[in-house]
Design a protein around this ligand. Structure first.
Ligand code: ADP
Ligand code: MG
Length: 790
């Protein structure tokens, strides 16, 4: 029995909570820790079940999300069975459930093949059923011999006209078979290594004269006789009663699966076929009939079978559509249900905006006109605020799109109705900046604003707290400091959470609990393509500001590896009175190391390159107050150049800065590059971004090329997502991605929209009564994690 079972249980729990990111513990990663624990046990027992898991842990960190889920599922089951051995016939009972039946119980899969399948993360019958082919070869349509073409995959039906066999000098057995159909003849060669006369005759006997035969393969040109033939042909001698099951490899559209050494594709095809036979009756269709009829969605079992052994390419397409639809439908159904529950709370404070009240006067007093996108966002938000249903809206807008004004309007609508508002930002720099902006905009209207950050001294803190509590402060701006216990509001009515992904659900909810039932708006400047946003935040409404204020000049972006060029651009801009950023990437994922690199460069620039200029240094190792003062000095023009690590990334606003140089740009994700670039171009003066990179990889060049091509954060996000896939795109910070096997969040947007629409309608019309099995939809893929816990 495992020694540290409690520790293991904890580790698994945490890993699942963080959505399988192979979480870094104090001493090692999750997978390394588990592996070392399992090794101890394996050394004692030598049981294969542990070996399988050890191998699985070795590949865990490079596997995708569904595979990681399967591995952990298996881990839990094995541990559980190890603690509580089951009576012998219990396994037999479980065979009925595809997700509990061990793959070795499937006909054609014994312990040996089972072990090989485990290497492919196939542990249960269900895993095998969902182990879909990576592609198919179409051997299904018959070609007449006279019509075959070099290079095409083909299937011929004919009869055996003649055959002969001989052994070559190098002991290679060669059997020549001539096959004929109505249209002509073709000669095929079958080879046999290390043949002797006896073996050869036996093989030749497999091609009886006049027998019907089907041959599949790729047509090639035979240099020796100058005729077309079939390369490495697969064949089957046909009896009149030949059935589907005997031809899994030929004369049809055949599935091609990823394999591991010693596992033959034929064995795998046979195993899948047998699993399908076994669960024919027990796989339930999930999507309601009325929806299936509308979109031509197959019964679930048929879809799974067609995915493996399609009767035509059209059916394969339809099967894929059917399963993708189901995956989207189920995940959206869950979110739609959450959203509905949220609506039913129905007790939020609600606000009205009067024609010449605070909000309207503020909008009129702005020195600029709101863009259409801003107007639209304001309308949606104010509409939400009028309702008692609590607002649950995510505002997405590219850097510089003007989200702050929109947030200010929301907060003001609370103030207009006699309530307080709060805005929470992830860093002190940002909080301070919001504070300054709001004071500039709102102080003239007589609205007092409070600041809540960790670096205030005791006396200042006390004063802020008192003013907030007695209601004199109308709007509170701050960091996490806002959610401290002694920060109490008089009557909090509206909450804005900026850069929401940097906060946990818990932190957001602590803030909102400081009021009775405040309205909540969350914001992000990291554009996420719509499908992805709705897959993760589908329980929220989504507002997108996809338009920049007029008059902004697009930032000119170039890729360069010439220091000379870069330095002369900086000099020129500074001569015009502007400022520049130079940013260094995270080195080895460590802020300490990159701080060091930035410091070295800073010294170098100061003494050797720009001795006549004033240069500031900003990195994550500085104390908050120091960071703050460097940032402020840069903002106030005390520095010409700011050398920085990525701490400068989010939201910092210095309109006079017109150059952004990003060193080793290839090390950044596109979305992050876009964020950094957004630090310039914040006025009507021309700004520049230089991506400094000496990388020669085509991939890096292509990625940086996208940055030079467009300034549109949403376009960049789409491209980034397509390049890196949703998991990497979101990174570890934002989990909660539904784990899809068939559906592709990037490519299947149309299916996504249809499934989402149907899920929302389903919930709206409360169809759960009619389809009670969907009520427990979250548990459809029940797994072993809870089992381990109980
Ligand atoms: P972000 O969405 O990145 O938070 P901000 O709210 O900081 O953007 O806005 C960027 C700048 O644009 C600010 O200086 C702001 O005053 C200005 N701004 C916002 N809306 C408009 C507008 N409609 N027209 C002109 N300038 C605007
Ligand atoms: Mg902002």
């Amino acid at each position: 029995m495992l020694e540290n079972i409690e520790l293991l249980r904890k580790a698994v729990e945490v890993e699942i909570k963080y959505s399988y990111i192979d979480i870094q513990g104090k001493k090692s990663t999750f997978s390394k820790f588990v592996k070392s624990e399992l090794l101890k046990e394996y050394k004692k027992t030598k049981a294969q079940k542990w070996q399988v898991l050890i191998e699985a842990m070795e590949r865990y960190s490079v596997e995708n999300l569904p595979a990681r889920r399967k591995i952990l599922n298996r881990l839990c089951k094995v541990i559980k069975d190890d603690i509580n051995p089951k009576p012998e016939n219990a396994e037999i009972k479980n065979i009925k459930l595809a997700n509990e039946c061990d793959v070795t119980y499937i006909k054609g899969v014994g312990p040996k093949v089972g072990y090989l399948l485990n290497k492919l993360n196939i542990f249960t019958a269900e895993d095998l059923l969902y182990f879909f082919p990576k592609n198919h070869i179409d051997y299904s349509s018959r070609t007449f011999i006279k019509d075959i073409k070099e290079g095409e995959t083909t299937t011929i039906f004919g009869y055996i006209k003649s055959s002969s066999a001989f052994v070559s000098k190098s002991n290679l057995g060669i059997i020549k078979v001539t096959v004929a159909d109505e249209s002509g003849n073709i000669e095929l060669d079958f080879f046999q290594a290390k043949a002797n006369r006896y073996v050869l005759e036996r093989t030749k006997a497999q091609f009886p004269l006049n027998a019907k035969i089907m041959v599949s393969g790729t047509v090639k040109f035979n240099k020796f006789n100058m005729h077309l033939t079939v390369d490495k042909p697969t064949y089957s001698i046909l009896n009149d009663d030949t059935q589907e099951s005997t031809n899994l490899n030929i004369g049809r559209i055949v599935p091609v699966y990823p394999l591991v050494e010693n596992l033959s594709i034929k064995t795998l095809r046979r195993a899948v076929f047998n699993a399908l036979e076994m669960y024919k009756q027990s796989i339930k269709t999930v999507v309601p009939d009325y929806i299936r009829n509308k979109y031509n969605i197959m019964e679930k079992f048929d879809a799974i079978r067609q995915m493996h052994f399609p009767s035509s390419m059209d059916m394969l397409h339809q099967a894929r559509f059917s399963l993708a639809f189901e995956e989207f439908f189920i995940s959206q159904l869950r979110l739609a249900k959450l959203k509905e529950l949220n609506k039913q709370i129905n007790n939020s404070v609600h606000f009205t905006v009067k024609p010449d009240g605070l909000v309207m006067n503020f909008i009129k007093s702005l020195p600029f006109k709101l863009t259409h996108a801003q107007m639209n966002a304001v309308n949606e938000i104010l509409n939400d605020m009028q309702s008692q249903e609590p607002m649950h809206r995510l505002l997405q807008g590219d850097v510089g799109s003007g989200k702050t004004v929109v947030a200010a309007i929301m907060l003001l609508s609370a103030v207009e109705n006699g309530y307080q508002g709060a805005i929470m930002a992830p860093t002190e720099i940002l909080a301070q900046q919001h504070y300054n902006t709001l004071v500039n905009m709102l102080a003239p209207l007589g609205i007092s604003i409070g600041l809540f950050i960790g670096s205030l001294n005791k006396k200042e803190k006390k004063l802020q707290e008192t003013n907030l509590f007695n209601g004199q402060t109308k709007i509170a701006v701050g960091t996490h400091a806002l959610i401290q216990e002694n920060v109490q509001f008089n009557n909090l009515g509206a909450v804005v959470v900026d850069e929401q992904h940097r906060f946990g659900v818990k932190q957001r909810s602590i803030l909102s609990k400081k009021g009775e039932a405040p309205q909540i708006l969350t914001m992000t400047a990291t554009p996420i393509p719509r499908t992805l946003a709705l897959s993760i935040h589908g329980d929220m409404d989504l507002t997108i500001i996809d338009e920049l204020p007029k008059g902004r000049k697009p930032i000119l972006t170039s890729i360069s590896n010439s220091k000379k060029q870069i330095y002369s651009l900086i000099k020129e801009e500074i001569k015009k009175g502007h400022q520049a950023y130079i940013v260094y990437p995270l080195i080895d994922e460590s802020e300490a190391l990159s701080a060091k690199a930035a410091t070295t460069e800073y010294e170098n620039l100061k003494t050797n390159v720009f001795p006549e200029l004033k240069i500031g240094l900003l990195h994550g190792k500085l104390k908050n107050a120091e960071k703050e003062s460097v940032m402020n000095d840069f903002k106030n023009g005390k520095f010409d150049i700011l050398v920085s690590t990525t701490v400068v990334e989010v939201g910092v606003d210095v309109p006079n800065a017109t150059v952004m140089v990003i060193e080793n740009a290839e090390r950044f994700g596109l979305s992050q590059l876009h964020q950094l670039r957004g630090r310039v171009g914040r006025s009507d003066v021309q700004s520049y971004c230089v991506l400094s990179s000496s990388s020669r990889s085509d991939d890096a060049k292509a990625r940086l090329g996208i940055m030079a091509e467009t300034n549109d954060g949403f376009v960049i996000a789409e491209r980034d997502l397509a390049l890196r896939g949703p998991g990497e795109f979101l990174g570890v910070r934002q989990s909660g991605l539904p784990d899809m096997i068939v559906a592709d969040i990037v490519k299947d947007t149309k299916i996504f929209e249809e499934a989402r629409y149907e899920a929302i309608e389903f919930v709206k019309n409360n169809k759960f009564e009619q389809y009670p099995e969907l009520k427990t939809v979250e548990n459809l893929r029940k797994n072993n994690f809870e089992m381990l816990a109980d």
